[in-house]
Design a binder for this molecule. Structure first.
Ligand code: ADP
Length: 682
């Protein structure tokens, strides 16, 4: 039953001619599906509507030929084929009573245009800001009229296929903001100069779109306030003044801050609701509905925010990926079931790098169509009268046992050698800045506790004889991996001479400390582990040198939008960073290596922590798999290997692995993933 304090979140809200059924609003965010994978897009957004989000938006929709975003995937709305591709998504959203939104967009001087080979356009000629860009030309009056007509054309297409909310998108430094910004806009004609001049392009575009579809659709705009990173050229006071000018033309203001890495800041550097000190100021400028994000997962916090009047809708992108059913769970008072976003930004990493969104918490995210996975439903097993032993309660084992339990197996035992479940996450969550990743354990602990058919046994390390005697017919080995303590390194496939027995992340987290003040942390992994260990040691007073063969420290963190912040943070806490260095040898009192150009390099240090690579802990599995007769004699009909023990990967992939095996356990070859449903462009 719903807590009455949360009833405010379920009030309907009028936006122009449309009524949102509640205050939960999935803001536009990229998925990698766009209009290129129509049924994947439809299933991904439809699930959110089913989960109770009253408004569900697709990603940005470039309106003009010179707003070409390829190779990135966008929800294009330029012709009838695009419209046909997005129609199933609108229908999927409507099926559950939600409103569907689309974000019409022109990137101006940040457009890619690599496929179209159009020249970039901007309010004023300038160097473009993306690495493959060189320049942009000044828009003439014909360009202005053409782009505005493109917005109108796209808006009509959106309306005709049933979109309810149509954005004229300006945030994050795109064309509308470029016009607003005196840094970008140096024009001396009617579209430049004073704020009224600089705002003209956006206001005219809003007006034209409104004239065309305003009776049928709600008109939204998205823009950004300074934040820490700032909006090039547009100060808060001017943005608020713009809101006042735009108010008669707009039904919903969607507010963000600064740059994307700040707006979608990771939990490492930004707490929930960090945007509010900026975004809350918009209320002074308008009485129209406002939506903003804050990685909110706590309904008390949401209700307080709505009651304060600062926002009218709770916007979410990442929390809706981690838990598409978040609103329904609040409505039903099932607060402990909310799968909270960790703020890791693995979703962004995957969408940007692999063009397919995913999630560290929710293994079904992005798999709704291609694997037919539902976040809240798993197929019950046809043969429940079986016992399964899952060995190892890391991310893979926890998720596998949980999913098998939900599928209705008679007895699922999750047996863990340590005193607590969580595997590598038990120490990862204790690294500086990574506490919120502990939510991956916390949610699974609560869920496992609720299943009568699942028993979690800790403090018990199983060997071959234990497994054979256990009495389970199905055995899943999820024994994880450990960091190499001196073997080969990935880049050279050669050992670091003299490094055998060096400290590793697990040993440091178990309490071992360097033998001396100066310590090198050698990072071939390139993500969060080495920076975390380095920061932990620096906080304890060690002089820490982070050494990596990579060209930058933690290149993976660029994919999660936190690379710059991470490196600045490491610098600020006094960690020396040495990039492009490959270690060859450890000697007493120093480490020896070479630069990217093979020049000799050395550093005096007292000790070394190796973060080179993870080694699978698969000995138990191999011993069991070696003798199939013995397995058969013990009544074990199936033996599986998942997670890092199979192949060390990111946490998101270990969770996925455990989930996938549990779903597909009864297929003929469950160790090899079932074929994907292909989704071809319309
Ligand atoms: P993954 O990410 O694949 O889930 P982790 O390394 O995070 O892997 O977790 C593996 C877990 O398996 C660890 O908690 C470890 O203590 C546990 N484990 C390893 N070997 C055994 C064993 N023989 N019996 C029980 N638990 C084990």
């Amino acid at each position: 039953m719903m807590d009455p304090r949360h009833a405010i979140l379920f009030e309907s809200v009028q936006i122009g001619p449309k009524t949102l059924p509640n205050r939960f609003y999935q803001v536009p965010h990229a998925s990698g599906f766009g209009s290129a994978r129509p049924l994947t897009q439809a299933a991904f957004r439809g699930i959110k509507a089913e989960g109770g989000w009253g408004g569900v938006c697709v990603e940005y929709s470039p309106v003009s030929a010179d707003a070409d975003e390829e190779p990135h995937v966008a929800a294009y709305l330029q012709d009838d084929r695009d419209a046909a591709a997005l129609r199933p998504t609108v229908e999927a959203i409507h099926r559950h009573g939600a409103l569907a939104g689309v974000e019409l967009y022109h990137g101006g001087n940040s457009s890619k245009n690599v496929t179209s080979r159009h020249t970039r356009i901007a309010p004023s000629a300038a160097a473009a800001e993306i690495r493959w860009g060189s320049s942009a030309r000044e828009m003439d009056l014909d360009d202005i009229a053409r782009v505005q007509a493109d917005f109108v054309h796209a808006a009509r297409l959106a309306r005709d296929i049933g979109f309810d909310i149509v954005y004229v998108y300006g945030a994050h430094g795109y064309l509308l903001t470029q016009f607003l910004s005196p840094w970008h806009n140096l024009r001396t004609d009617a579209y430049g100069g004073s704020l009224a001049g600089r705002a003209r392009f956006a206001l005219e575009t809003l007006e034209k779109v409104r004239d065309a579809i305003g009776d049928d659709c709600a008109i939204a705009t998205r823009f950004c306030l300074d934040g820490r990173s700032g909006v090039k050229g547009v100060r808060v006071e001017e943005m608020l003044r713009f809101v006042q000018l735009a108010e008669p033309l707009v039904d919903l203001f969607d507010v963000t801050v600064g740059s994307w890495p700040e707006d979608s800041g990771t939990s490492r550097y930004y707490p929930e609701g960090h945007q509010l000190s900026w975004t809350s100021q918009v209320r002074e400028a308008t009485s129209k509905p406002i939506v903003g994000v804050g990685r909110y997962t706590n309904p008390d916090q949401m209700a307080a925010l709505i009651a304060s009047g600062q926002f009218d809708l709770i916007g979410a992108a990442r929390p809706a990926i981690a838990d598409p059913f978040l609103p329904r769970k609040i409505a039903e008072g099932r607060l402990g079931d909310i799968r909270e976003c960790t703020g890791s930004n693995v979703c962004i990493l995957k969408e940007e790098d692999f063009r397919h969104v995913g999630c560290i918490q929710n293994p079904t995210a992005g798999e709704e169509y291609r694997r037919s996975w539902h976040p809240e439903e798993v197929p019950t097993t046809d043969d429940p009268d079986r016992a399964v032993l899952v060995i190892g309660a890391g991310p893979a084992g926890m998720e596998c046992a949980l999913t098998l339990g939900r599928r209705g197996f008679a007895a699922v035992h999750l047996v863990e050698a340590s005193d607590d479940i969580g595997g590598r996450l038990t120490w990862t969550r204790r690294l500086p800045t990574l506490g919120d990743w502990g939510r991956i354990i916390d949610w699974r602990r609560t869920q496992l506790d609720r299943l009568d058919n699942v028993q979690v046994i800790t403090g018990r390390r199983l060997d071959v004889a234990d497994v054979l005697d256990y009495g389970a017919g199905i055995v899943v080995v999820a024994t994880g991996s450990h960091w190499s303590d001196g073997g080969t390194q990935p880049g050279t496939r050669r050992p670091i001479l003299g490094s055998a027995g060096s400290l590793t992340p697990e040993r440091v987290m178990a309490g071992d400390r360097p033998g001396g003040q100066r310590v090198a942390v050698y990072d071939c992994d390139g993500y969060y582990v080495a920076p975390g260990i380095a920061e932990l040691l620096a906080a304890e007073g060690y002089e820490v040198h982070l050494v990596t063969p990579e060209a930058v420290v933690s290149p993976m963190s660029d994919g999660t939008l936190e690379g710059d912040m991470l490196r600045r943070h490491l610098h600020d806490v006094g960690i020396a960073m040495h990039t492009g260095i490959t270690l060859r040898e450890r000697r007493p009192g120093s480490v020896i290596g070479e630069t990217a150009y093979e020049d000799p390099w050395s550093l005096e240090v007292d000790d070394l922590v190796l973060v080179t690579h993870q080694v699978p802990d698969d000995t138990l599995y191999r011993a069991l798999a070696a003798d199939s007769e013995r397995l058969a004699d013990a009544g074990i009909s199936a033996l599986h290997l998942i997670g890092d023990a199979r192949s060390p990967r990111w946490i998101s992939e270990a969770v996925f692995d455990g989930h996938r095996l549990a779903r597909e356990l009864d297929l003929p070859s469950p160790d090899f993933p079932a074929p994907l449903r292909r989704d071809l462009p319309v």
